[in-house]
Ligand binder design. Structure first.
Ligand SMILES: Nc1ncnc2c1ncn2[C@@H]1O[C@H](COP(=O)(O)OP(=O)(O)OP(=O)(O)O)[C@@H](O)[C@H]1O
Length: 260
């Protein structure tokens, strides 16, 4: 399998009290084409920092991130980013939000419309294509954000706690829906979460991080079958994996945020 993302010895320090705080120590990870990787770990272990470096929204102070063999120097249309906050334009309808990136990329009107419709349909929002974001539930807004990210056809989706603000039931539904979308239109995904169940349910591999310095402590293969149905979620193999990830996350010594 081809490597799509290669994180090589990435470090990120921030100044703190006149010294350096090591948000990321020495992080290396390869993500294959069309692989779904989740990143889980305690608050402050550098999950968002790592994702932002791959997105080109932040820069490492050591090492480098490569996408398709090229060093990341900034954001690019090959990487779609989805954050916890829905970040939709409130004055634009669902359709216009989804078309937005295509418009800025100069895609002709008819093609814009066709692609927007395809992805709106894929996330199940066809009936709401002409609705404004304020009339949508949180889950629907996030589905719209996913359709918008997909529409510009990135090979990589970088998702930072996209379902973090949603209630448990909506969250589970969106996990299933995201996997359904992903299985029909495969992309390389890096997905940051606090939620161990979510991390296991979605992933081909779970990357467990620890803090101070931010680092990878374990990478766990998830050999559960697709589609990930409710039966899979309630089955013994899922609980075995969940318990394993849980121990790796929660049996870490408590760490204070301090400069080194
Ligand atoms: N711009 C910044 N300036 C100073 N410190 C920062 C900056 N960005 C992140 N940090 C610090 O780096 C560490 C890692 O932050 P990051 O947001 O990547 O963690 P995280 O694992 O995503 O946390 P959470 O799960 O709480 O969102 C934290 O201690 C944070 O305070």
């Amino acid at each position: 399998m081809t490597t799509r993302i290669s994180i090589r010895g990435v470090a990120r320090t921030f100044p703190l009290q006149g010294k350096d705080f090591v948000a990321l120590g020495d992080v290396s990870l390869d993500v294959a084409d069309n692989e779904f990787v989740t990143i889980v770990g305690p608050s402050g272990c550098g999950k968002s920092t790592l994702l932002n470096i791959v997105a080109g929204l932040d820069h490492p102070t050591g090492g480098q991130a490569l996408v398709g063999g090229q060093a990341v120097t900034g954001p690019g249309p090959d990487r779609g980013v989805i954050f916890q906050q829905f970040a939709l334009f409130p004055w634009l309808t669902v359709r216009r939000n989804v078309e937005f990136g295509l418009r800025t990329a100069g895609v002709p009107r008819a093609e814009r419309r066709r692609r927007a419709e395809h992805f709106i349909d894929l996330v199940g929002l066809t009936q709401f294509a002409d609705a404004l974001p304020k009339t949508l539930s949180g889950g629907m807004k996030q589905r719209c954000a996913i359709a918008r990210a997909y529409a510009v056809d990135p090979s990589i989706l970088l998702m930072d706690e996209p379902f973090g603000a949603l209630d448990a039931l909506t969250r589970v539904r969106l996990q299933e829906q995201l996997l359904d979308t992903w299985s029909r239109e495969k992309r390389t995904v890096m997905f940051v979460t606090h939620d161990v169940d979510e991390a296991v349910f979605l992933a081909n591999r779970v990357v467990v991080m620890a803090a101070n310095p931010g680092r990878i402590v374990e990478v766990i293969d998830v050999d559960l079958p697709f589609p990930r149905t409710e039966e899979v979620r309630l089955g013994p193999d899922f609980s075995r994996l969940r318990n394993r990830v849980w121990s790796a996350v929660y049996h870490q010594p408590a760490q204070e945020r301090k400069p080194s």
